[in-house]
Ligand binder design. Structure first.
Ligand code: ZN
Length: 297
């Protein structure tokens, strides 16, 4: 999950008379309404959501390059709630821009028509359609337990381990319930996802950082007189390459950005435990782009 700033103004398609007509139909037909993805997932809407979400799932950050088909999903389900079968679903939000989110098939299927809350459920459309927005008072009072990257500071809710597993952060405020629910609801520790996150970290470490580290150490040992001399820029170049790898792995376009940002911020705990102490110290110097520790032999 990565924070997303969605423009307040919806794509033109969602404000067109034909979509307004579909909204009116939905208000009358409620859960019997046939929600057409021809409208809520029109190319214009999908394109804008893909740009906002960097072509990644809003929940698990799997991108299309990894073979996940992304779908326009409804944050609040448009159909009868599984948590509360007497609730007909948020049918009035079927074409509402702030309720549309991009999700992969696996998260979408796992999440299904669940929408657990801790507060007071909204049962009927608010009289004023301006109140249908994600951040309206009545919707905020529902206290949704499913995190929304367009509203919640999602980075504060999760931590990870070196195996690629995601865990809730325990807050005094009890907000771990939101992270726990989101992880469970979207199945964010499913095996293929954990492996995909771990693979990203392995690529950074074993293809990006550690080979450079080995080169630097070999160079240092072979050319101790030249290393760090005035005409030698090997060290600076190695620092730059490593910094580039770290930067690239954390861009919003990269897969699993939240995980990689966490891993890089805690890199000490994420590098292999069998890395020798002198190489570990050299890595610290490289990461901080400072002169190498002269005590290293
Ligand atoms: Zn997903």
């Amino acid at each position: 999950m990565l924070p997303v700033e969605k423009p307040a103004h919806p794509p033109q398609k969602l404000t067109s008379p034909e979509v307004q007509h579909k909204c009116d139909e939905a208000l009358k037909e409620k859960n019997k309404h046939h929600f057409s993805n021809h409208y809520y997932a029109a190319p214009e809407v999908t394109t804008q959501l893909k740009a906002l979400y960097h072509s990644k799932c809003a929940f698990c950050e799997t991108n299309t390059a990894a073979g996940a088909a992304l779908q326009v999903d409804h944050y609040r389900p448009k159909k009868q709630l599984q948590d509360d079968p007497n609730h007909l679903g948020y049918y009035w939000l079927g074409y509402e821009w702030t309720n549309l989110i991009l999700a992969c098939q696996k998260c979408n299927r796992a999440k299904s028509n669940h929408f657990p809350i801790a507060g007071k459920r909204v049962w009927e459309p608010q009289a004023n359609p301006k109140e249908w927005k994600l951040q309206s008072t009545s919707f905020l009072a529902e206290q949704p337990l499913l995190l929304n990257p367009e509203y919640d500071a999602v980075a504060d809710y999760f931590e990870f381990n070196a195996n690629g597993e995601i865990h809730p952060v325990q807050h005094d405020s009890g907000s771990a319930t939101k992270s726990e629910t989101t992880i469970a609801l979207c199945n964010l520790n499913r095996e293929d996802l954990v492996i995909a996150r771990k693979t990203c970290l392995d690529n950074l470490l074993y293809r990006g950082i550690l080979p450079i580290l080995k080169l630097v150490q070999d160079y240092q040992q072979k050319f101790p007189d030249k290393f760090q001399s005035e005409e030698d820029n090997f060290w600076q170049e190695a620092c730059q390459i490593i910094q580039d790898h770290l930067f690239q792995s954390q861009t919003p376009e990269a897969p699993y950005t939240l995980f990689m940002r966490y891993a890089v911020s805690q890199l000490e705990d994420f590098i292999p435990i069998d890395l020798s102490p002198d190489r570990r110290r050299l890595l610290q110097d490289l990461l901080e782009a400072r002169e190498p520790d002269s005590s290293i032999e």
